[in-house]
Design a protein around this ligand. Structure first.
Ligand SMILES: O=c1[nH]c(=O)c2ncn([C@@H]3O[C@H](COP(=O)(O)OP(=O)(O)OP(=O)(O)O)[C@@H](O)[C@H]3O)c2[nH]1
Ligand SMILES: [Mg+2]
Length: 196
């Protein structure tokens, strides 16, 4: 089985990508080398995904490595697309998933509403010695001011996908596997991986 090194330290992403990339031996880079800080200072999901994949490819020092990174986030219409690329740091530099979720629900509530259209974006970058490629996936739905359920990770307990009446925290994980920004992007990434 071909090895696919993930340039992420997000356990939720690793879990989902392992399920969605069954034909590969998916290994987080932190299983191979020590975790190091990667500054995600670009303006787009795409460029941030490339920064992460390039940094890990270089740090591995293994010419034949195939490295994949995911940069993702949630964009809420009533907040003009925030937090977007800042989703991981929305509650502050040291914020965890719970702090971020709480702040996003509060900020929507502060607009005097209890829900807003929103979408997730995932940019996936693949870096090898020969190529640098990126693909995207999106999932549309509604962001709520109330968190429900324990499934998924991050903002999932406040997000209801289009066509459903429950949050990703409550829905069976199969739904997210079918519909998510990450699964759509990984489907496209799979075609690139096959062509390597
Ligand atoms: O509820 C969620 N369901 C998802 O499916 C999802 N995908 C992304 N996110 C949130 O968006 C930010 C990503 O930031 P991000 O891409 O920089 O990742 P990260 O910093 O956590 O790890 P790394 O991959 O950079 O190491 C983080 O706040 C995530 O919680 C999600 N939240
Ligand atoms: Mg990050």
């Amino acid at each position: 089985m071909k090895k696919l090194v993930l340039a992420t330290s997000n356990k939720g992403k690793v879990r989902e990508i392992k399920v969605l990339c069954k034909e590969y031996e998916v290994v987080p880079y932190t299983d191979i080398i020590d975790a190091f800080e990667i500054i995600e200072d670009a303006d787009t999901f795409k460029e941030n995904a490339l920064i992460k994949a390039r940094a890990v490819y270089k740090a591995l020092g293994e010419e034949d490595a195939v490295v994949m990174a995911d940069d993702s986030g949630i964009s809420v219409d009533i907040l003009d697309g925030a937090p977007g690329i800042y989703s991981a740091r929305y509650g502050g530099e040291d914020a965890d998933d719970k702090d971020n979720l709480k702040k996003l629900m509060q900020d929507i509530k502060a607009k005097g509403i209890t829900s807003s259209p929103a979408h997730y974006t995932a940019a996936i970058a693949i870096v090898t010695k020969d190529i640098e490629k990126t693909v995207h996936g999106w999932m549309h739905g509604t962001a709520l001011t109330e968190a429900k359920g324990e499934g998924g990770f991050g903002y999932d307990p406040m997000f209801v996908p289009l066509g459903y009446d429950k949050t990703l925290g409550e829905l069976d994980e199969k739904v997210k596997k079918e519909l998510s920004h990450r699964s759509k992007a990984l489907n496209l990434a799979g075609k690139i991986l096959k062509s390597l």
